[in-house]
Design a protein around this ligand. Structure first.
Ligand SMILES: [Ca+2]
Ligand SMILES: [Ca+2]
Length: 101
């Protein structure tokens, strides 16, 4: 009982917070990319929750980041990030690319 009410309270607090996050100004101020931000981006992009980013999901991520790229450019970037060429971007691949970018 006590556990579930704590969880409810955390969900409420989380849903109140995004106001300051949604404009991205917090992220922009930071010169480095904290690992939590990378995880958050990855989770947002991973819409089917298989812990991999597909090409379709990657296209959505590019739009989220404000990069309105041609399909060709999206595919070229995707292939660059997909280091083991399995057609999906895992979190390690994503992080490696993000920290280099
Ligand atoms: Ca996915
Ligand atoms: Ca891969």
């Amino acid at each position: 009982m006590g556990v579930s009410s704590t969880t409810d309270a955390q969900i409420v607090r989380r849903s109140e917070n995004p106001v300051s996050r949604s404009d991205g100004s917090d992220t922009m101020k930071q010169p480095q990319h904290p690992i939590e931000d990378i995880e958050e981006l990855f989770d947002d992009a991973d819409q089917d929750r298989d812990d991999q980013i597909s090409l379709t999901e990657f296209r959505g991520l590019m739009l989220t980041l404000g990069r309105n790229l041609h399909d060709d450019a999206v595919a070229a970037n995707f292939q660059k990030i997909d280091a083991n060429h399995d057609g999906r971007i895992g979190f390690d691949e994503f992080r490696t690319w993000w920290l280099r970018a």
